[in-house]
Ligand binder design. Sequence first.
Ligand code: DGL
Length: 270
Amino acid sequence: MNRNPIGVFDSGVGGLTCLEELRKLLPNEDIVYLGDTARVPYGTKSRETIACYARQDIAFLEKFDVKMILIACGTVSSVLMTENLFDGSRTELYSGVIYPAVKSAYAQTKNRRIGVIGTPATIRSGCYGRALRELCPDIKVVGKACPLFVPLVENGYTNVDNKVTRLVAEEYLDVMKKENVDTLIMGCTHYPLLKDIFADILGDRVSLISPGAEAARFAAKELMKRDLLNDREGEGSCKLFCTDSEELFSENVTAFLGNEVTAEISKCTL
Ligand code: DGL
């Protein structure tokens, strides 16, 4: 048993898709979340810059003696070898989102045609395709960079009726329809906030995979396996940090999590 918190980070609000699932699976765990909103998006930055930001994010979470760190960011997880990020760090348990998402997508596909949408950096890395082909060499992977989705999400354009977001999504997802994929990895953790629009466009024949939620499921299993769960009864605390305006972050958090999660929100510097 271990009562230390779980650390989660992303460039912004996308990692809340991971936090939400963690709260459902492990409601009595304490969670510290960092959204690096001052420097979002990461997906258009160079590998060196992303590595530098990710190391600072990890160092911040380590101040809370976290027992595990979840990299709830598709860009960091795919552009960097995540093991290297933890060289010389005291965090022994960590996970990115690639492996959990790929495992779930492979389990769900029936026609072995999987789509991956993500930030330009994630799609350029080819990481999801490589991981899928390791599981099954003849799988068809269709990748599409969707750079406009992160700013749309960070600005709250997430409603299923939003005309602007729908137009952009129709354009980006057209290739997935043409290629007849039956499973779509929403390879950036911001994207599940648009899942109702994606489902409307692609129809219910296509399974949508949320990497953040998959990483949370993976974390729950790992913590259980290693006997590191919190044995306290009652609800765990949820501390949320952002690096830019607390007001904007709070609005986004409320829009996403509703009032289901009581969280303390503060601004921090890295
Ligand atoms: N949530 C991040 C990801 O999963 C957002 C990307 C970004 O900051 O560009 O890739």
